[in-house]
Design a protein around this ligand. Structure first.
Ligand code: GRF
Length: 187
């Protein structure tokens, strides 16, 4: 069972997925993580290397349009024939060229539909809400708008800093995303 993971930077979720799924057995199925990034200097590339896993780099700067980048990404993914594609910290808006051909989920650090976009953790932290959270959803052309697979929440602690809250959100991501993948792939 091949799982493609798309990422752009730090890659802590990629590393967590490698720990959960790379060369692991679930009944008669064996899982394998295949990382792809759009940034040649993403830190996650080194994280994967520690486990002996090479990352495919598709540098978006080499493409004239979102569509031509997406077409290349689709071509590479189709050649892998994965059971699932997971975007974890993949900072690219995907066009219908991608979404109409590839079944993929995304990890987002808020309780969607609240706080879409790139500043979700900070916006949750600064909101009047007493909880924040994490969402796994299917990717559609609408940014952070597809059908929700799973959510979890984090209760705010009075007096905590943004960085403390951010860390607790990430810790929740490290359980919610693997659980969602197991559910989708019936592992
Ligand atoms: C995560 O918070 C994820 O929810 C968001 O981007 C962040 C990626 O972190 N989409 P990392 O690269 O996995 O460390």
């Amino acid at each position: 069972v091949k799982i493609v993971v798309l990422f752009s930077g730090n890659g802590s979720n990629l590393e967590n997925l490698i720990k959960h799924f790379h060369c692991k057995r679930f009944g008669d199925k064996e899982t394998q993580i295949i990382p792809i990034t759009n940034r040649p200097n993403a830190k996650g590339i080194e994280r994967a290397k520690k486990y002996g896993i090479n990352t495919t780099i598709i540098d978006h700067k080499e493409f004239e349009s979102r569509e031509s980048f997406d077409a290349e990404l689709v071509k590479v993914i189709k050649s892998i024939e994965p059971s699932l594609v997971v975007a974890a910290g993949f900072m690219r808006i995907l066009t219908p060229v991608f979404t109409e051909q590839i079944r993929a989920i995304n990890l987002h650090p808020s309780l969607l539909p609240l706080f879409k976009g790139a500043n979700a953790i900070e916006e949750s932290f600064n909101s009047q809400m007493r909880v924040g959270g994490v969402t796994v959803h299917w990717i559609t052309p609408e940014l952070d708008g597809g059908e929700i697979v799973e959510q979890g929440c984090v209760k705010k602690i009075r007096g905590e800093t943004l960085e403390e809250f951010r860390q607790r959100i990430h810790d929740l991501e490290y359980t919610i995303l693997p659980a969602s993948i197991k559910y989708i792939l019936n592992l």
